[in-house]
Ligand binder design. Structure first.
Ligand SMILES: Cc1cc2nc3c(=O)[nH]c(=O)nc-3n(C[C@H](O)[C@H](O)[C@H](O)COP(=O)(O)OP(=O)(O)OC[C@H]3O[C@@H](n4cnc5c(N)ncnc54)[C@H](O)[C@@H]3O)c2cc1C
Length: 300
């Protein structure tokens, strides 16, 4: 089985690394992206764990877009803008069906669609009134929060630490209400005096004339009521899994080792445990290399 045409779904760090590796191995690649290349990186205000001197997500996104343009100019990669709805593996090919109706066919597909932010209705520790939508913390500017009287952040996911590092001089006070599962992430920001964090069992959030009224059941300390003029979401994420033949593990993620042999999983979609840019890039490149060696029947 020789791979000559590779489909790559998602042009984040994992998908672009896969396309670069595929191109270096002589494969023709079609990269399919619902938004812009490196779209999700735009929100990362401060980067300190990605090799290459990148200090902001937007800079890295621009670098990835330049990589893709270079591949396109060399005739080794086509970029298709579209939402992938369904991925189906057969004995000799993979079909990728677009929401617009078209179908792309390749010898194999790397799926690197990453994750979506969780909404209040996705978690069992928040009851929120239907009209309440929480803006994500990571899309909120320092100015907006400096102007707020009382800011509450629901959830202790890692974008909290990224936001604080990106705005080291922001004069803010963030009251963070988080479930026990986020405790190890909260420990990473415990030194920052701008954070007051409370582990909670449950919160009921209702809009009121003064903002959002929160009835909080703390893990220690009993019931607490708070009214905040700004309430932001930071509850974490869930895998963005297209329909079709992708196999999900018990946590909803797609472990690479249990998939159809022509469907390769890379990046954040693999596991909640490995959601970093550098590991996404490594996994994209490695998925293509491993598949290439299987295809040419050489030892990995
Ligand atoms: C606020 C924030 C701060 C972060 N800070 C850091 C940090 O400091 N350091 C670090 O290492 N990591 C950080 N991360 C994590 C990092 O962004 C991810 O680990 C990394 O982007 C994962 O890369 P990926 O290619 O797997 O997925 P993504 O970057 O999410 O890319 C997936 C791509 O697939 C596209 N896509 C999704 N579904 C479809 C579909 N159905 N059809 C077509 N295209 C689709 C998306 O538009 C997206 O462009 C941060 C994340 C957030 C949210």
């Amino acid at each position: 089985m020789r791979v000559t045409k590779l489909l790559v779904v998602g042009a984040g760090p994992a998908g672009v690394a896969a396309a670069l590796m595929a191109s270096s191995l002589g494969m023709r690649t079609t990269l399919i992206e619902a938004g812009q290349v490196g779209e999700k990186l735009q929100a990362i205000g401060a980067l300190e764990n990605v090799p290459g001197g990148w200090s902001k997500g937007a800079e890295l996104a621009e670098g990835l877009a330049t990589d893709v343009e270079r591949l396109q100019a060399g005739g080794r990669c086509a970029l298709v803008h579209g939402q992938v709805e369904r991925i189906v593996g057969t004995d000799d090919q993979v079909e990728v069906v677009l929401a617009s109706g078209g179908t792309l066919v390749g010898n194999a597909a790397v799926v690197a669609t990453g994750v979506h932010s969780l909404r209040t209705q996705d978690v069992d520790w928040i009851d929120a009134s239907a009209e309440l939508t929480l803006p994500p913390l990571w899309r909120t500017s320092a100015g907006e929060l400096e102007a707020a009287r009382h800011t509450v952040v629901l959830g202790g996911d890692r974008p909290l630490g990224t936001w604080l590092r990106a705005h080291p001089h922001a004069a803010v006070e963030l009251e963070v209400l988080y479930p026990a599962v986020d405790a190890y992430k909260i420990a990473e920001v415990a030194e920052d005096p701008r954070v007051r964090a409370y582990e909670i069992e449950h919160v009921v959030a209702q809009t009121s004339v003064d903002g959002v009224h929160l009835t909080v059941e703390q893990t220690v300390g009993g019931l607490l009521t708070v009214t905040a003029d700004v309430v932001l979401g930071n509850m974490g994420s869930k895998p963005a899994v297209p329909d079709g033949d992708l196999v999900r593990g018990p946590d909803g993620y797609c472990p690479p080792t249990v998939q159809h042999p022509r469907i390769l999983i890379a990046g954040d979609l693999r596991s909640a445990r490995f959601q970093r840019i550098a590991s996404a890039q490594g996994s994209g490149a490695e998925a293509v290399l491993a598949h290439y060696y299987r295809a040419v029947d050489a030892p990995n």
